[in-house]
Design a protein around this ligand. Structure first.
Ligand code: NAD
Ligand code: DAU
Length: 343
């Protein structure tokens, strides 16, 4: 492992992957400091990092990535040398209901952050993107880093917009940008609007599990800890101007994942409910991640079967974490998204 050092500005560090990454850096890279910049939207949860609040190598600043002036000041005050940019509106279904915030944060916010990075002379800018920018696959094939960008949802389109802006800042200004594109992450602290935590939480509460369409849509699953190790590796040894796919090879149909969760929670398959499909639903994603394996010697270490079991146990052991979320804004969202469809 190459040691990270200096001050890293993490955006969106109160969200799912961001908070896991902050914890990963602070616990495994003793020479690194983290400044966590987060707006605290519905998806940002300070309780994700409550155990690290007193760490002298950690600072939290509430700010909006779209506020270029504020971001520039934060970079200057804290002397950040690197940025890892997670902050985004991240849920496809919400982007289908209302896309404005996705354009604002994901496209305009990324531009503001790139500009602030350029002005302050940041030495590494890791832009966290997604396999969804490549579009959808049929039964076979994989996306390489050279596959065309063919996003299908407003969320994916906004992430593709951010990617090409990040690339343009590298080409035009020489900003040392690296773009990473990963597949579906799972693990602790994931907001329960996403498929795996939604299935787990509903199973634990003996509520119906909403399966879009025929449930045969395929996703590639990567444990968030493996993703964080990959990002630390890329931050220390990746090449500016490059794109790295971060995959796992663990492809699963949604219905199979839901059935596995029902077995792990000891619930009956009668809880499965096929509901109205997501419009424009991408059939299958799969990444070719040969480049990061060969060039940076990274491979995932957590098999899906083990990681899913650990994740179910984490949600079983932390009901207060998700019950608080279920009692807030999420209730209105759930009603709007699923209505009576899961009864
Ligand atoms: P998340 O929704 O859990 O967290 C997003 C975080 O960003 C929250 O803490 C939120 O408060 C913050 N944020 C939102 N708008 C902001 C703004 N304008 N200014 C500052 N902070 C803001 O997201 P996640 O699932 O952890 O995803 C993190 C990143 O990884 C995103 O860029 C997403 O596109 C990408 N990604 C996620 C996955 C996945 O499976 N979750 C897979 C591929 C890529
Ligand atoms: O592939 C990477 C992407 O993975 C990230 O860029 C996104 O930020 C992240 O949200 C995720 O997008 P998906 O749309 O793949 O994830 P989601 O958890 O919403 O859905 C996973 C699959 O499960 C998808 O085929 C839709 C299906 N699904 C989802 C929900 C919420 C259901 O069948 N029922 C549901 O209620």
């Amino acid at each position: 492992m190459t040691e990270l050092c200096g001050t890293i500005l993490v955006t969106g560090g109160m969200g799912f992957i961001g908070s896991n990454f902050v914890r990963h850096v602070l616990t495994t890279h003793p020479a690194a400091r983290v400044v966590n910049l987060d707006k605290l939207t519905y998806a940002g949860n300070p309780r994700n990092l409550a155990d690290l609040e007193a760490d002298p190598r950690y600072v939290f600043v509430r700010a909006d990535v779209c506020d270029e002036k504020a971001v520039t000041e934060i970079l200057e005050v804290h002397g950040a040398e690197a940025i890892v940019h997670f902050a985004a509106e991240s849920h496809v279904d919400r982007s289908i209901l209302q896309a404005d915030d996705f354009i604002r944060t994901n496209v305009q916010g990324t531009r503001a952050l790139l500009e602030a990075a350029r002005r302050t002379g940041v030495r590494r800018f890791l832009h966290i993107s997604t396999d969804e920018v490549y579009g959808s696959l049929g039964r076979s094939g994989v996306f390489t880093e050279d596959s065309p960008l063919l996003p299908n949802s407003p969320y994916a389109a906004s992430k593709a917009g951010a990617d090409v802006m990040a690339r343009a800042y590298h080409v035009t200004y020489g900003l040392p940008v690296i773009i990473t594109r990963t597949c579906n992450n799972y693990g602790p602290y994931q907001f329960p609007e996403k498929f795996i935590p939604l299935m787990i939480v509903n199973a634990l509460r003996e509520e119906p599990l909403p399966i879009y369409g025929d449930g045969l849509y395929v996703r590639e699953w990567l444990h968030v800890e493996d993703h964080c190790r990959a990002l630390a590796r890329i931050l220390s040894a990746g090449q500016p101007g490059e794109v790295y796919n971060i995959g796992s090879g663990e492809e699963r149909a949604n219905l199979d994942v839901a059935r596995q969760i029902l077995a792990l929670t000891g619930r009956s398959e009668t809880l499965l409910r096929h509901v109205k499909d997501r419009p424009g639903h991408d059939r299958r994603y799969a990444l070719d991640w040969t480049k990061i394996r060969h060039d940076l010697d990274w491979t995932p270490t957590i098999p899906f079967r083990d990681g899913l079991g650990q994740t179910v146990e984490w949600y079983r052991a932390h009901p207060a974490w998700w019950l608080e979320i279920l009692s807030g804004e999420y209730r209105a969202y759930y009603q709007r998204q699923y209505g009576e469809g899961t009864k």
